[in-house]
Design a protein around this ligand. Structure first.
Ligand code: AKG
Length: 315
């Protein structure tokens, strides 16, 4: 049962930069990275576990014999990060992260999900697959990797979307935290975030985005709520760089053109049952709908892409 509307408010009288950023921008970049040495250690262990190359993938014949588009992401019991739970304190106990998440969600917030996300470089994608997925808005490659590799989420870019996309009928009461385990440059499929896009609330994917006249600007329309001119911010950073965003903030990635895969950690955090944190105040201030009956219209009945369109690749 969802208790959000009846939950008692937890308030911390002290302002916190993460709340100010959430209200104004819809995301926050932590000024202090999480421990880069611990990030590098975890990265080495993850890279020792497998090769992030074309050996990840099914052959075209194997895929066509039984295409599976759903249930191909990590889940409890099939999640590579479960092997490394005792090495995640550098993120989960980092004072700046605990402070920011407590300001947003209140004390006792919980992990809804945590997993490894890999941006697969172009050279690792088999040619048959590259041809099939060209121009798709969501290139989550879970359908095409061998079942034993589905303990990680693999992307070859994903168009601007809200993380609410995976949660129909749920309010945007949770946040996403993203941690880079190594240096991420413009060539390594960094996250593109559209500043202030959360202000139009919940919106069905794919989104109505047109390039603006100003560099890096996008006109974002979400009728009947309204429209906003937003600015794209590219999240490049060193090992340990961490950012957190609102579930209605549009973000995406381009295909990885770098020589190496990008390996990151992705968390979802929610308030403890019955509590509301500063995010609730931010959401009240937005004054727009924050949940959807249906979150996307880009898939066919089997879960395969039914449209070819992509904005972030034009960014
Ligand atoms: O890491 C990526 O390439 C995209 C990740 C993303 O946007 C997401 O997981 O919501």
């Amino acid at each position: 049962m969802y208790l959000g509307e009846r939950a008692p408010a937890w308030t911390d009288a002290r302002p916190h930069p993460v709340l100010d950023d959430f209200a104004r921008r819809g995301f926050h970049m932590f000024g202090q990275p999480v421990d880069p040495a611990a990030a590098a250690d975890l990265l080495s262990a993850l890279r020792a576990d497998r090769r992030y190359d074309d050996s990840l993938f099914l052959s075209e014949t194997e895929f066509d014999a039984d295409p599976q588009y759903r249930g191909v992401n990590p889940r409890p019991g099939r999640n590579l990060l479960e092997q490394f739970e005792d090495r995640l304190g550098f993120v989960e106990q980092a004072p700046q992260i605990v402070g920011g998440l407590t300001a947003l969600l209140g004390p006792g917030y919980r992990i809804m999900d945590r997993k490894v996300v890999c941006g697969v470089p172009a050279k690792s994608i088999p040619p048959w697959l590259k041809a099939r997925i060209a121009g798709n808005p969501v290139n989550n490659l879970g359908a095409y990797v061998k079942p034993c590799n589905r303990d990680v989420t693999y992307f070859y870019g994903i168009d601007f979307h809200q993380d609410l996309i995976d949660f129909k009928e749920r309010e945007a009461d949770f946040v996403t935290l993203y941690v880079y385990l190594h240096r991420v440059t413009r060539a390594d499929a960094p996250l593109f975030v559209l500043e202030n896009s959360h202000s139009l609330g919940a919106s069905v994917f794919p989104h109505d985005l047109t390039r603006g006249a100003a560099p890096d600007s996008w006109l974002y329309r979400n009728p009947p709520v309204g429209e906003a001119m937003t600015r794209q911010v590219v999240l490049t950073g060193d090992a340990g760089f961490t950012a957190v965003w609102h579930a209605c903030t549009l973000h995406g990635t381009q295909p990885d053109d770098g020589d190496e895969e990008r390996i990151s950690l992705r968390y979802l955090f929610a308030p403890a049952d019955g509590l509301r944190g500063g995010l609730h105040g931010v959401n009240q201030g937005l004054g727009v709908p924050l949940s959807l009956q249906a979150t996307r219209v880009d898939l066919d009945g089997a879960g395969a892409a039914a449209i070819k369109a992509n904005s972030v690749n034009k960014a």
